[in-house]
Unconditional design. Structure first.
Ligand code: PLP
Length: 408
């Protein structure tokens, strides 16, 4: 498929919610960084499985259970191919990015982190890649080291290199910023970490929907992401981890599925990936997730990226025409997220008035309070684009922002 065949009309027809109105205005949904809308095929996967296959996985000899297990494990394989992991043993299903990073912090922390050890994160991280490590600061006496960023919202690579020392045990940094849109030079950052024999974890929540990710090519040791940000259902996510790390990490939660044998004297644990998946998994969700990955793969990640880049470039150009506009985040390499403030208008006032005009944007600190502090602002308005957004929607955003500006 080439870009001419990227038919936005056909694509939008796959997403029934995009046809609705809010306050009598056509919905312009620009909060895709928070969650994406779902194509029919994803919702159909959920109803189809509940209506025709539903049974608990991994434990039944009966037909339905085996069928449900086959679908669930096929979804794991679908995720594996999507990110080009070496093995399905490296694909751990979680509830989302947040749980994936908590799993990593808890289990990697248990195995490898001791008092005085250091974990490197960046100033621009989402709270879900800060707080799990802070819990370890309190529990194990580790220390967080923070990579500074420039005023444009880019990682200070010189400072990053200087943070490594004999206590460094892990780097955990986001691939794409959910606020600034910055695409971090993750490949180079991973290379530098590995030069110091330090593994690297990537928060991929904002990259997986927009960029083709190959974990082997990046040489990432861990990579976390959420299904709901890539047109899949809520409540499913993935922690990718290289097998040689996961093998040496203890279970995160205890319960069914993650054990081999249990006795009061001694319990042994299941193999990868099941060792990290206690309890009944969201096997319906994983099937729907696989459908979502099929959907974006059929469109082609390169076509999605090209479409979103065109939208973002156009939006940046048009927004900059508005007087008193301040774009937060001017990185050279950027994704489909634009944060901004206009004059002295409080972001939540701007967002609320945009909402009345049918424009759904996010306002506030975007779960990145340290970043807000660094940029010296209380919050931003954030427009984030997806594969189904249009140039006309960008025009609607710009017209609405300008209208609100004139009201103040
Ligand atoms: N990391 C980043 C960069 C995000 O943007 C988000 C969600 O907005 C998360 C982590 C958390 O994802 P989830 O809430 O799906 O666990």
């Amino acid at each position: 498929m080439n870009n001419r065949m990227y038919s936005i009309e056909h694509i939008r027809a796959d997403f029934p919610i995009l046809d609705r109105q809010v306050y009598g205005k056509p919905l312009v949904y620009l909060d895709n960084g928070a969650t994406t809308q779902k194509p029919r095929t994803v919702v159909d996967a959920i109803t189809e499985e509940y209506y025709s296959v539903n049974a608990n996985v991994h434990r039944g000899v009966h037909f339905l259970s085996q069928e449900a297990t086959r679908l669930h494990e096929a979804s794991r394989e679908r995720v594996r191919t999507f990110i080009n992991a070496a093995s399905t043993n490296e694909i751990i299903f979680t509830r989302g990015t947040t749980e994936a990073i908590n799993l990593l912090a808890s289990s990697f922390g248990e195995a490898f982190l001791h008092e005085g050890d250091e974990v490197i994160v960046s100033t621009m991280e989402h709270h879900s890649n800060i707080v799990p490590w802070q819990l370890l600061e309190a529990r194990k006496g580790i220390k967080l080291r923070v990579i500074p960023i420039t005023d444009r919202g880019e990682i200070c690579m010189d400072e990053y290199v200087k943070l490594f020392n004999e206590h460094t045990r892990l780097v955990s940094v986001m691939h794409v910023s959910n606020v600034l849109g910055t695409v971090n030079p993750i490949r180079e950052m991973i290379r530098i970490a590995h030069e110091h024999d330090v593994p690297f974890a990537v928060d991929g929540a904002q990259s997986i929907p927009h960029i083709a990710v190959d974990v082997q090519d990046l040489d990432a040791d861990f990579y976390a992401f959420s299904a709901h940000k890539v047109y899949g259902p809520t409540g499913i996510g993935v922690l990718y981890g290289k097998e040689h790390w996961l093998d040496r990490m203890p279970p995160y939660q205890g319960g069914g599925e993650m054990i081999q044998t249990v006795s009061f004297e001694r319990t042994t644990f299941n193999e990868l990936p099941f060792k990290f998946e206690a309890g009944t998994p969201d096997y319906i969700g994983t099937t729907a997730f696989a459908r979502a990955l099929d959907y974006v793969s059929a469109l082609g990640m390169e076509h999605i990226a090209a479409h979103e880049k065109a939208l973002t470039d156009y939006a940046l150009q048009r927004l900059r025409e508005i007087p008193a506009m301040r774009i937060i985040g001017e990185a050279e390499e950027r994704g489909a997220v634009i944060s901004f403030n206009v004059g002295n208008i409080h972001p939540s006032d701007l967002g609320t008035l945009l909402d009345r005009l049918g424009i759904a944007v996010r306002t506030g600190h975007h779960c990145a309070q340290p970043l807000m502090h660094r940029m010296g602002i209380p919050g931003t308005v954030r427009a984030s684009f997806a594969l189904y957004n249009t140039m006309e929607e960008v025009d609607a955003l710009v017209a609405a922002v300008d209208r609100v500006r004139k009201m103040f």
